[in-house]
Design a protein around this ligand. Structure first.
Ligand code: ADP
Ligand code: MG
Length: 283
């Protein structure tokens, strides 16, 4: 882009081309996109120049905040987008709803505390972790989401390729690190040590959220050493909010419900009853 427009040349170029050029150079894309439309609106409404500029500045800032938030969400590498709007708290009565909604305000991240969500498969641990991660991005915190097994894999790969330090630094600097599904895959001794290093570096330095299908007394089965598990739990649970999620798998419950609805509507259809064409089980 040519940003060097000297005065004699400038006088020959249509002002709107120059303006768009300046806006781009000044990194004001919303000004470039909106200045004509907002100008026309302001002329029609009799709005003065300072207020015209004010409107443009406000639009630019809103747009910039939205773009930054979208970038944070992309950088977090969430495997899916989940929010509290789609979480049915009634289906998970052991989960403390008011605590979760309080945590969604993200003060725990400022205080560099931790969250551990515990419960069997399918009860919504990942959903809650994703929703808390999204809330953190929306509030301006940097987030990294990773599965425990893939984090260990990545750490081992980085170590082999002599870029472990850089990865460790990256994992230490993020405001919220989410480690999902600790417990399904046991780690090698080196893998467990690398994970321990990452998590203990974050102790009182950054917020960490871990989800696990295993109660604490079974963590040794994935981490191997009792000494290392003890040291890790000691750090993780010093400032921690525990989310107990015990109950039936939501996946299982919804598929059972769907089967029941289908069976009911099949029976109605056989009897020729009205309403038997509705087989929607998700509502
Ligand atoms: P977990 O991580 O505990 O194995 P997930 O969070 O992956 O469970 O949940 C499995 C599926 O069920 C996901 O699609 C999730 O969005 C959904 N789900 C689980 N619990 C709930 C709930 N209480 N309300 C709405 N959807 C839920
Ligand atoms: Mg999960």
């Amino acid at each position: 882009m040519n940003t060097d427009i000297s005065p004699p040349q400038a006088t020959m170029v249509a002002p709107h081309i120059l303006l768009v050029n300046h806006f781009k150079a000044l990194k004001l894309p919303t000004f470039a996109r909106e200045y004509e439309k907002v100008g026309a609106d302001c002329a029609r409404e009799g709005v003065d120049y300072p207020r015209y500029l004010l409107r443009l500045c406000e639009l630019e800032r809103l747009d910039r905040e939205r773009r930054t938030m979208e970038r944070r969400i992309r950088q977090a590498k969430f495997p899916a987008t989940k929010s509290f709007d789609t979480f049915d708290f009634l289906a998970m009565p052991t989960l403390n709803k008011s605590l979760v909604l309080e945590l969604a305000r993200c003060e725990w991240i400022d205080k560099r505390e931790n969250i551990i969500a515990l419960g069997p498969s399918g009860v919504g641990k990942t959903h809650i972790a994703l929703a808390l991660g999204l809330a953190a991005c929306q509030k301006g915190y940097s987030v990294a989401f990773t599965g425990a097994a893939s984090l260990v894999h990545e750490l081992m790969e980085a170590r082999d390729e002599r870029r472990l330090r850089a990865l460790q630094r990256q994992l230490a600097n993020v405001k919220l690190l989410i480690v999902d599904e600790l417990g399904y895959v046991p780690f090698s001794a080196v893998g467990a040590e690398l994970l321990f290093e990452v998590l203990s570096r974050r102790y009182e330095q950054g917020a960490t959220l871990v989800t696990s299908n295993l109660p604490f007394d079974e963590w040794t089965s994935v981490l191997g050493s009792e000494r290392l598990t003890g040291a890790l739990l000691d750090r993780l649970t010093h400032h921690v909010h525990i989310l107990e999620m015990n109950g039936e798998s939501y996946r299982l419950a919804t598929s059972k419900k769907r089967q029941k609805m289908n069976a009911k509507s099949n029976a109605q259809r056989e009897k020729g009853e009205p309403g038997s064409e509705n087989t929607d089980a998700t509502s």
